[in-house]
Design a protein around this ligand. Structure first.
Ligand SMILES: Cc1cc2nc3c(=O)[nH]c(=O)nc-3n(C[C@H](O)[C@H](O)[C@H](O)COP(=O)(O)O)c2cc1C
Length: 346
C-alpha cells in the first residue's frame, strides 16, 4: 500500500474532494462586526488560505447565549448567513472547501456577553480565572440548564447547521472540545447532573449524540472535535476515560465525516497510552484529523504512519497564508507570533 503524504488527495464523499491533506484548524480571531457578522476582511483572509485541502472556519456561536468572547461570528441571524455566504463564495472561487465550526461556550462566558444573564452549563460549577480581553472580569457561577433549555440548545445547533448549509458551507464541525458546552457534558468535573443527562457515561454523552442526530438531518457532512483529556478550561481527570471510551466507540455508529483532535499532540499521556490522536485512532474507526503542534515533518510522518488521515495546522497558517505553497516548494516558514492576531491583514 502506498503511504499518504501531505499532498495525497482525499475524497470525503462524492461532492467533497480535498486536493491535499492539510486542514486549516479553526482559530477564533474576534474580528466579526459588532452584530457578530463576518466581514469582507474575513472573506479575504479565508480566501487567501483556500489552497489548504479544507478550511475549518473559526468557532461560530449558535445563539446570543452561546457567546463568550468579543466579536465572534454567529450563525443565527440572516445578516450572519449573508456574511458567511461571502466567505464561502470566496473560498469556493479560489478552489477551496470550508466547514463551519458551530459552538456554544456554556460556562466559559460572563454576563457581560449575555445581556446580564448568567452563563448556562450542565451543572452550577464555576470556572476559575479571568475572562480574556475583558478588562479583568472574573468567570462566575453558571446556572444549571433545565431540561427545556437542553432541548432548546439542541434545536439551536440544528438551526445553525441548516444556516451553515444556506450560507454555502460544505459541512459543519461540532465544537465538542476545549471545555466548551458540549465538552462540559463529557467530564465529571463539569457535569454533576443526576437526571437523564448525567451520572453515567451514557447519560453524559446523550447531549452530544442528540446534537449529532439533529445536525445530521440538516447537512450531509458533520465532523466532531473532541479533547478527551480536558486540556483547556477543565482539569485533567483520568476518570473521564470511561466517558471518552464510550463516546469514541459509539461515534463509530454515527457516519461522521471525521473526528478531529482538539488538544495538543506533542504530549503523550500514560492513561490513554499515547497522544490524544493515537487514542482516538485506537477506538474510532473513521477518518481522523490530527492537530496540535505539528510541523511539516511531523505531519508528514503522522500521515505516512497512518496515525491520521488529515493534519490540521493552526498557528503556522496564521503566520503563513501561503503555507501550502511554501511546503510544496520546500521554502522556509515564517515563525508565528501572537501579535499577528491583531489584524487580518496577512
Ligand atoms: C488564536 C487561536 C484561536 C483558536 N481558536 C479556536 C477555535 O475557535 N476553535 C477551536 O476548536 N480551536 C481553536 N484554537 C485551537 C487550534 O484550532 C489548534 O488546535 C491549536 O492552535 C493547536 O494547533 P497548532 O499547534 O497547529 O497551532 C485556537 C488556537 C489559536 C492559536
Amino acid at each position: 500500500m502506498t503511504k499518504n503524504t501531505l499532498f495525497t488527495p482525499l475524497s470525503l464523499g462524492e461532492d467533497l474532494e480535498l486536493s491535499n491533506r492539510i486542514v486549516m484548524a479553526p482559530m477564533t480571531r474576534s474580528m466579526a462586526s459588532e452584530q457578530l457578522v463576518p466581514t469582507e476582511a474575513m472573506a479575504e483572509y479565508y480566501g487567501r488560505r483556500a489552497d489548504t485541502g479544507l478550511i475549518i472556519a473559526e468557532a461560530t456561536i449558535i445563539s446570543p447565549m452561546a457567546q463568550g468572547y468579543p466579536n465572534t461570528p454567529g450563525l443565527y441571524s440572516q445578516a450572519q448567513i449573508e456574511g458567511w455566504q461571502k466567505v464561502t463564495d470566496r473560498v469556493h472561487q479560489n478552489g477551496g472547501k470550508i466547514f463551519a465550526q458551530i459552538w456554544h461556550c456554556g460556562r466559559v462566558s460572563h454576563p457581560f456577553y449575555l445581556n446580564g444573564d448568567k452563563p448556562m452549563a450542565p451543572s452550577a460549577v464555576a470556572l476559575q480565572g479571568r475572562v480574556p480581553r475583558s478588562n479583568d472580569l472574573q468567570y462566575g457561577m453558571p446556572r444549571e440548564m433545565t431540561e427545556a433549555e437542553i432541548l432548546e440548545v439542541i434545536q439551536q445547533f440544528s438551526q445553525a447547521a441548516a444556516n451553515a448549509r444556506k450560507a454555502g458551507f460544505d459541512g459543519v464541525e461540532l465544537h465538542g472540545a476545549n471545555g466548551y458546552l458540549l465538552d462540559q457534558f463529557l467530564h465529571w468535573e463539569t457535569n454533576q447532573r443526576t437526571d437523564g443527562w448525567g451520572g453515567t457515561p451514557e447519560k453524559m454523552a446523550r447531549f452530544l449524540f442528540e446534537v449529532i442526530d439533529a445536525v445530521k438531518q440538516q447537512i450531509d457532512h458533520v465532523g466532531v472535535r473532541l479533547s478527551p483529556v480536558g486540556h483547556q478550561h477543565l482539569s485533567l481527570n483520568e476518570a473521564d476515560l470511561a466517558i471518552s471510551d464510550y463516546v469514541l466507540q459509539r461515534l463509530n455508529r454515527c457516519d461522521l465525516t471525521y473526528v478531529h483532535t482538539g488538544s495538543h499532540d506533542d504530549t503523550p499521556f500514560d492513561h490513554i497510552q499515547g497522544t490524544v490522536t493515537q487514542y482516538i485512532r485506537r477506538l474510532y474507526k473513521g477518518r481522523v484529523i490530527a492537530c496540535g503542534g505539528y510541523s511539516v515533518n511531523t505531519g508528514r510522518d503522522a500521515l505516512a504512519g497512518g496515525i491520521a488521515d488529515l493534519i490540521a495546522i493552526g498557528r503556522p497558517l496564521i503566520a503563513n497564508p501561503d503555507y501550502v505553497e511554501k511546503v510544496r516548494q520546500n521554502k522556509p516558514l515564517a515563525p508565528y507570533d501572537s501579535s499577528m492576531l491583531d489584524t487580518l491583514d496577512q
